[in-house]
Ligand binder design. Structure first.
Ligand code: 6PG
Length: 244
């Protein structure tokens, strides 16, 4: 069962998520001498990143930053998730450049996905299954997508690759993307969702309280890690939940 935590406001949900993620970073560094942290894109995580950056207890030189997905644009493009992370986190804290593992969206979806998969393989070394990230942060779109796994997308069924190209998604901005796949996401030691705003309420209800067994699950509902994901949501996003 997912761990759903509902807060009055966007700020409260972001603060609670920041505290929980900081704790997970600390435990990873204690246990393994480093933390592999996957960040989400979009707009919701900006406050989260600011709060993480303000946390003096996080030993950033021990943290390796990865990305759950990226748009196929240059790193300084206004639509680049990397640019948002650089502005809200990397420009504030001392993460060594060698610890920042950017998805090269500028290479295009196919080449960029292959290149990032090689980067993951290099970083994690020879491993049997998908990489196991310590902390993996996700958002969710109003259509129930997460990372850049959109409803009905072929990448949802990708069980072999760790990184998948996403061609012509019905998304804003309407550009190709690159995304981690579900086997990687579901192998993380801890997945954190941060979902806020009333425009997410219908999808959140469908994901967390599905009432149509015949309907294909939304991508965010396919995120079923062990231990279960922790959902940080605000009242506006949760208002259609029975527990909301
Ligand atoms: C992206 C994100 C995506 C995001 C959702 C929600 O590249 O857009 O990775 O999965 O989390 O689209 O976006 P907002 O936080 O902007 O609502």
């Amino acid at each position: 069962m997912p761990d759903i935590r509902i807060y009055p406001t966007f700020g409260n949900a972001s603060s609670a998520a920041a505290a929980s993620i900081a704790e997970a970073i600390f435990h990873a560094c204690e246990a393994r001498g480093m933390c592999t942290l996957v960040l989400s894109g979009g707009g919701t995580p900006k406050r989260l990143h600011t709060l993480l950056a303000a946390n003096p207890a996080i030993d950033w030189p021990l943290v390796h930053l990865f990305f759950g997905d990226e748009r196929c644009v240059g790193p300084s493009d206004e639509y680049a998730n990397f640019r948002m992370v650089r502005e809200t986190l990397c420009s504030v804290v001392r993460v060594p450049a060698s610890n920042i593992h950017r998805i090269p969206g500028e290479l295009g979806a196919q080449q960029g996905a292959a290149t990032y998969e090689r980067e993951l393989s290099r970083f994690f070394g020879p491993i049997a299954g998908p990489p196991r990230f310590d902390c993996l942060v996700l958002g969710m779109g109003a259509d129930g997508h997460t990372a850049s796994l959109f409803p009905g997308a072929p990448g949802l069924k990708d069980t072999q690759r760790w990184v998948t190209p996403v061609l012509g998604p019905t998304a804003s901005p309407p550009v190709d993307r690159i995304s981690l796949t579900l086997p990687v996401i579901n192998n993380a030691r801890q997945v954190f969702f941060l979902v806020t705003g009333k425009e997410k309420a219908a999808a959140l209800r469908t994901v967390l309280e599905p009432d149509d067994a015949a309907a294909p699950p939304l991508p965010a509902a396919l995120v079923r890690p062990d231990p279960p994901a922790i959902w940080f949501v605000d009242n506006a996003a949760a208002h259609l939940l029975h527990q909301g």
